[in-house]
Design a binder for this molecule. Structure first.
Ligand code: FES
Length: 685
C-alpha cells in the first residue's frame, strides 16, 4: 500500500470541506490519503471500483492561501476501474473514483457530500442541510474464500477473515439472527457478500448486524423526534446522507392525556398505563416507518440504524420506562445518558439487526430533544451568546456559548397553543394568524390561515365566507396582544383600558373588566382580560426562566436567539419581543430554527462523531431548576409587564415605536398569585 511520507518533495493534498491536508508519495490512492488524514470518504466495495461511493472532484486553480496549485493533471489518468464504472453507471463529469485515482502532484480535493448512486431516489427539497457523514453503520463488500476440505474453517470464520483482511475489523460480534443465514447468503452471492457492520464507539467491538448476497450499495436510517403532540420522522440514506422521505403524525398518547403531566398521572392511576402508552407510540412509529418506506420505495429491512429524541417523558415512555419519577421533584430520570438499543426490542418493524440510539437527556425537564436542538444549533460551538428556546407547553431553554452553556425549563402552560384563550384554536384553516391594529381608530386587520389576502383587501370576504374565521392560533394571539399594547388598548400591566370604550365600539364591558372585539363576524372573536392575563402568565414564566439563565451567565443581553419548534417557526420575532416573551436582541439576530431537534437527530444518525459531541456537551451543560431559584419569583413579577417592568428593550425600540413607560417600581397589577399558583402550572407539558 502507498505510504504517507513527510517530506518537502511529496505532493501536498488538501481535502475540502474538512480542510485536512498532508503530504503523500506520488502514486498513493486518493482514498488511502483520505483515510490516513481521517477524512470520511464512503466505500462499500473496498476499492474494487464497483460501488461508486468513493467519488471525489479535483479543484483546479492556484490556492495561494494553502500554497497549492491544483490541476487535473496532478491526478492519474482515468483508470480501467473508473472506465468500467463510468460505462456501466453514471459518473458525472469531473468526478473520479478515489479508490482508483492516484496522487501525482499537489491537489485540492473536494469530497462531495451527496454522492448518489441510485437515481430513483429523490431528495426532499425541504431538507437542505448537508451533514458530514461518519455513520455507525458501514457496508462492507467482501469476497470470501470458498470452503476447502483441507481447511476446516467454517463459512462464518472465513467471512470474518475477509472482513479483517479487507476492512480491518477484528473481534467481530455476530448478531444471533445472522448466524442461521450465513451459509445460504454466501452461496447465493457466489461467495461475494456485503456485511453491515455496526460500530458506534471507537472502543466498541464491531457487530455484524446484517448480511446481503453480492454488493449491497445502500443502507438507510431513520431520525425521529417524538413530541408530546406530534411525531416527525425522516428517512435518510446512510451512504449519501440525503433525506429521502419525511412523515409526521399526531402522538396517539394524546388520548391518555393532552399534556405531559396528565400522561404521567395516567400512568400513576392505571397499572397498565405505561405499557399502553408505550405500545401506542410504537404503533404510531411503525405507521410512520411504513409511510416513509412507501414514499421512497425503501424496504424497511434496509433501515439499519435509528435515532430517537424526545422530551424526558416521551423518551421514557418510548423505552418502556415508567415516567412516574419525572412527575415530581427531584424529577429523577431513569437514565440520563445516551441509550443504545435494538429496534426489535422496541417492537419496531425494521431489520432484526437495526440498532437504536437515543440522545442523552439534559435534565429531568430538559430532554433529548433539547440536546438534539443544541447539537443542531451549536451554542456550544459559538463565540456569540446564543439563546435557544423551544416554546411548547413546557419551554426548554438553553443559553450559552463555547465557554459555558446553561439550561432550564419553564412552565409556560398551554396558552401559547391557544388552550387557555377564550377564542384560541390550533393553527388550522380559519384561524387568525396575523393581526394589525390601527392606533388611531383601533380597527384591526387580520390574516387568516388558508386565505392569502388581509381582511381589508379585495377578495377576502368571499374566501372567508368559505373557510370561516373560527378562532385565533398561537402566532395570532402573540400578535393581537402585542398590537393591543402598541395601540394603547392595554397598558404595560396588561389591563384593557376601559376609557377607550367611548372612542371605539371594539372595547366592550365584560363584567368588571373590558374586552377587545377582534373579529365581528358570524363567530365574534373577543380578546378578554383573562386572555391577556393567560398570555402574561405564560410569557412571564418563559422570560423568568431565561432571566435566571442570563443571571447564571452574568449577562444582561444575548447576541442571538433561535426559536425552535412549530411555534417558533410561525411567530414574528418582533411581536414576541414586544410582548417580552424573549429578551431584547437585534431583530435580524432572532431566527426560527425549525425542527432543530429533528435536525440534531439526523446529525446523530449520519455522523457518530456528533453522538460523542452531544454526549460530552450534555455532561458539561449546567442545569438550573427554576423551581428552586429564589429569584424566579422576582423575575416573574417584573416579566408580567409588557415588555418588562424594569428591563429595557433598546434594540427593539430602534425597530418599533414602543408606548411610553409608566413609572417603574409599581408591582404589576394583576400579578400572579405567587409561587403556589406557578407551582400548579409546573410541568404542564
Ligand atoms: S470504493 Fe467502491 S468504487 Fe471506489
Amino acid at each position: 500500500m502507498d505510504q504517507k511520507v513527510s517530506g518537502e518533495k511529496d505532493p501536498l493534498v488538501l481535502f475540502m470541506p474538512s480542510g485536512r491536508r498532508g503530504r503523500f508519495k506520488k502514486g498513493t490512492h486518493v482514498l488511502e490519503a483520505a483515510r490516513q488524514l481521517g477524512v470520511y470518504v464512503e466505500s462499500v466495495c473496498g476499492g474494487r471500483g464497483i460501488c461508486g461511493r468513493c467519488q471525489i472532484e479535483v479543484q483546479e486553480g492556484n490556492f495561494a492561501k494553502h500554497g497549492i496549485t491544483s490541476a487535473n493533471s496532478h491526478i492519474s489518468a482515468f483508470g480501467a476501474k473508473e472506465k468500467r464504472y463510468a460505462d456501466k453507471r453514471d459518473l458525472k463529469d469531473g468526478r473520479r473514483l478515489s479508490c482508483s485515482a492516484t496522487i501525482e502532484g499537489d491537489l485540492v480535493v473536494d469530497v462531495p457530500q451527496d454522492v448518489q448512486v441510485n437515481a430513483q431516489i429523490v431528495r426532499k427539497a425541504a431538507d437542505t442541510r448537508l451533514i458530514d457523514r461518519n455513520p455507525a453503520i458501514q457496508m462492507c463488500y467482501v469476497e470470501v474464500e470458498e470452503p476447502d476440505m483441507h481447511k476446516p474453517l467454517g463459512d462464518l470464520d472465513r467471512l470474518k477473515q475477509a472482513l479483517e483482511r479487507d476492512w480491518g475489523f477484528t473481534d467481530i460480534i455476530v448478531d444471533q439472527h445472522v448466524l442461521p443465514q450465513v451459509q445460504k447468503i454466501l452461496r447465493s452471492g457466489n461467495w461475494s457478500v456485503t456485511a453491515a457492520i455496526h460500530k458506534d464507539m471507537d472502543t466498541a467491538r464491531p457487530s455484524l448486524i446484517a448480511l446481503y448476497p453480492g454488493l449491497k450499495n445502500e443502507a438507510y436510517g431513520i431520525a425521529c423526534d417524538i413530541g408530546s403532540t406530534t411525531i416527525a420522522m425522516h428517512l435518510s440514506s446512510l451512504l449519501s446522507g440525503l433525506t429521502i422521505a419525511s412523515a409526521g403524525a399526531s402522538n396517539p398518547q394524546i388520548r391518555f392525556g393532552e399534556d405531559l403531566m396528565s400522561r404521567v398521572s395516567y400512568v400513576m392511576m392505571n397499572p397498565d398505563g405505561c405499557e399502553a402508552m408505550t405500545k401506542a407510540v410504537h404503533i404510531a412509529l411503525n405507521g410512520l416507518i411504513e409511510e416513509v418506506c412507501a414514499e421512497s420505495g425503501v424496504d424497511p429491512t434496509d433501515i439499519l440504524d435509528a435515532v430517537f429524541v424526545g422530551n424526558p417523558i416521551m423518551h421514557h415512555l418510548f423505552l418502556g420506562i415508567d415516567p412516574t419519577e419525572l412527575g415530581g421533584a427531584p424529577f429523577a430520570l431513569a437514565v440520563s445518558g445516551a441509550v443504545h438499543s435494538w429496534a426489535s426490542e422496541l417492537n419496531l418493524a425494521l431489520n432484526d439487526g437495526t440498532r437504536v440510539y437515543m440522545l442523552p437527556c439534559i435534565a429531568g425537564h430538559v430532554g433529548a430533544d433539547a440536546a438534539a436542538a443544541t447539537l443542531s444549533e451549536g451554542p456550544h460551538r459559538q463565540d456569540e451568546m446564543m439563546l435557544l428556546v423551544d416554546v411548547g407547553t413546557n419551554a426548554e431553554i438553553v443559553l450559552g456559548n463555547k465557554n459555558r452553556v446553561v439550561a432550564a425549563s419553564s412552565p409556560t402552560g398551554p396558552a401559547f397553543e391557544g388552550a387557555e384563550i377564550s377564542c384560541g384554536q390550533r393553527a388550522a384553516p380559519g384561524a387568525i394568524e396575523r393581526v394589525r391594529i390601527d392606533p388611531e381608530t383601533l380597527e384591526p386587520r387580520v390574516r387568516v390561515i388558508g386565505i392569502d389576502a388581509w381582511s381589508d383587501e379585495p377578495g377576502f370576504a368571499a374566501l372567508a365566507g368559505k373557510t370561516g374565521v373560527t378562532g385565533v392560533c398561537g402566532s395570532g394571539i402573540i400578535e393581537v396582544i402585542a398590537e393591543m399594547y402598541l395601540a394603547g388598548i392595554i397598558t404595560e400591566d396588561g389591563v384593557v383600558n376601559g376609557d377607550l370604550a367611548e372612542k371605539s365600539e371594539r372595547i366592550i364591558k365584560d363584567g368588571r373588566t373590558f374586552s377587545y372585539v377582534l373579529w365581528d363576524g358570524e363567530t365574534p372573536l373577543t380578546i378578554t382580560q383573562n386572555d391577556v392575563r393567560a398570555i402574561q402568565l405564560a410569557k412571564a414564566a418563559l422570560y423568568a426562566g431565561i432571566k435566571l439563565l442570563m443571571d447564571k451567565q452574568g449577562i444582561d443581553h444575548v447576541d442571538r436567539i433561535g426559536l425552535a419548534g412549530a411555534f417558533g417557526s410561525f411567530i414574528d420575532p418582533k411581536y414576541a419581543m414586544v410582548l417580552g416573551l424573549i429578551p431584547d436582541c437585534r431583530l435580524d439576530k432572532v431566527k426560527a430554527v425549525g425542527n432543530a431537534a429533528g435536525t440534531g437527530a439526523r446529525m446523530a444518525l449520519l455522523n457518530r462523531d456528533y453522538r460523542r459531541e452531544i454526549e460530552k456537551t450534555v455532561t458539561e451543560i449546567e442545569k438550573i431548576e427554576t423551581a428552586l431559584e429564589p429569584k424566579f419569583q422576582e423575575h416573574f413579577v417584573y416579566a408580567m409587564a409588557l415588555p418588562n417592568k424594569i428591563d429595557p428593550f433598546p434594540k427593539l425600540a430602534e425597530a418599533v415605536k414602543l408606548p411610553e413607560k409608566a413609572e417603574p417600581a409599581v408591582a404589576a397589577e394583576g400579578a400572579p398569585g405567587g409561587r403556589r399558583r406557578r407551582e400548579g402550572r409546573r410541568r404542564r407539558d
